[in-house]
Ligand binder design. Structure first.
Ligand code: SF4
Length: 417
């Protein structure tokens, strides 16, 4: 049958959608787009903000209009089954916890049992999901409700998957999960994220490893030492959420701004040319112009490269939803614009500082006589194809930075002796 998988949200959702696609493709079903009248449309929804709720409903309606049988899963479907049923009673809803088993049972065996290692379905950097769920209960977040308690995949399964990705020709894996810093706490014997990464390094050859989001309180000395290994991407994403200690407390975040600053400065001095990104929520209940200015001032004062800025969005059944002091939507928009401008300035300064450096990029596109990719320090780079250099998707290439083109670096392949 013809199918399409539509995905909203985080890298965990994306890696799960890759698994679903692989199961269907490996069982001879044909991947198409929604415009090509699929028989089945699978929608992996998100509910991190009101906007993602709206986008989830929109995708459901579009899929129904395209005449497909619709299967909905993901965080929006966890808490909004009645609303989905109102859209149509024909929709099949699959709980997050049942995702893996449901698609294997319904559409046949998985390609490489226990792994999502794909055939070649277009990705150039492989998403390796190691953990799911969260026990932190930040007051603004629904995820503990939609994804349940933290649970880690067995070490052996993760290693097998990393090896399968390397066999499939990938040279970069992106370690993903909902709360990867919790990895291993629930396993018997207990282990931790750093030990897992060391294990992957030992059991694979040249694969480079990129971490996705990790909480500041879970960055250990052992993890920082791992960055000395050239196979770990010099990039890390650490959610801040607010630069005001009163707001951080209301968010139930387990650190204050001094803790955060200390760790950022340690990373910055320990790891050459590291790229550090963060998440910030603006307009949290009770936030004032003064606390916003604290956040702006704090972020300006630390070496970050980019910000993901989210206007606060009231989420069902969260503590923050009951808190007084709602911030006007117009003010939220203004604050978000200020921070995005600051993010642009920081990124520009960091990109300018890359001139003349040699960076290693995973090749993602090759077209019209040029290629582009993502560098270890999480920048997009573009280059012309150069005779004598064999460029292939998924492969790592060293490039000397020669300039910039819009929000991308420009470079030229070089051979490192
Ligand atoms: S750490 Fe906080 S923000 Fe992140 S998933 Fe868990 S509850 Fe949500």
């Amino acid at each position: 049958m013809k199918f399409c998988v539509l995905t909203l949200g985080c890298k965990s959702n994306q890696s799960e959608s890759s698994l679903i696609e692989n199961i269907l493709i490996e069982n001879s079903h044909c991947k198409t787009s929604l415009e090509e009248s699929p028989d089945v449309c699978i929608i992996n929804t998100c509910s991190v903000t009101a906007k993602s709720d709206y986008q989830s409903r929109q995708l459901i309606r579009r899929a129904l209009k395209a005449g497909a049988s619709v299967i909905v899963t993901g965080c929006y479907s966890e808490l909004n089954q009645p609303l989905i049923r109102q859209i149509s009673k024909t929709i099949e809803i699959v709980k997050n916890a049942d995702k893996d088993a449901y698609f294997k049972d319904k559409f046949g065996h998985s390609p490489n049992p226990g792994t999502t290692a794909p055939g070649d379905h277009g990705n150039s950097r492989a998403l390796l999901k190691i953990q799911d769920g969260c026990n932190a209960y930040c007051t603004y977040c629904q995820i503990p409700q939609t994804r349940g308690a933290s649970r880690s995949r067995p070490v052996s399964e993760v290693i097998r998957e990393a090896q399968a990705f390397e066999e499939a020709g990938f040279m970069e894996i992106v370690i993903t999960g909902i709360h990867i810093g919790y990895y291993g706490v629930d396993l018997n014997p207990k282990t931790e994220l750093s030990a897992l990464i060391e294990n992957i390094l030992i059991n694979t050859n040249n694969l480079r490893i990129r971490l996705t989001s990790i909480e500041v309180s879970e960055i250990t000395d052992r993890l920082i030492r791992l960055y000395e290994n050239g196979r770990i991407c010099s990039h890390i994403h650490i959610p801040l959420q607010s630069g005001d200690d009163v707001i951080l407390k209301k968010m139930n975040r387990p650190y204050n701004t001094s803790d955060f600053r200390r760790t950022i400065l340690r990373l910055h001095s320990a790891i050459d040319n590291i790229s550090i990104g963060t998440d910030v929520i603006v307009g949290f209940p009770g936030e004032t112009h003064d606390s916003f200015n604290d956040t702006y001032g704090f972020i300006s004062s630390i070496p970050l490269v980019y910000l993901h800025v989210f206007p606060y969005s009231k989420r069902k059944n969260t503590k923050a939803a009951e808190m007084p002091g709602a911030v006007d939507e117009g003010i939220k928009k203004q604050w978000a614009a200020h921070l995005r401008e600051l993010s642009g300035e920081k990124k520009q300064a960091y990109m300018s500082a890359q001139a003349g450096k040699v960076l290693c990029a995973a090749v993602e596109t090759i077209e019209n006589g040029s290629f582009s990719g993502t560098t270890g320090n999480y920048l997009k780079i573009v280059s012309e194809l150069v005779p004598g250099f064999e460029i292939r998707k998924k492969h790592l290439v060293n490039l000397i930075v020669t300039g910039q083109e819009d929000d991308r670096l420009a470079g030229k392949p070089v051979i490192i002796r």
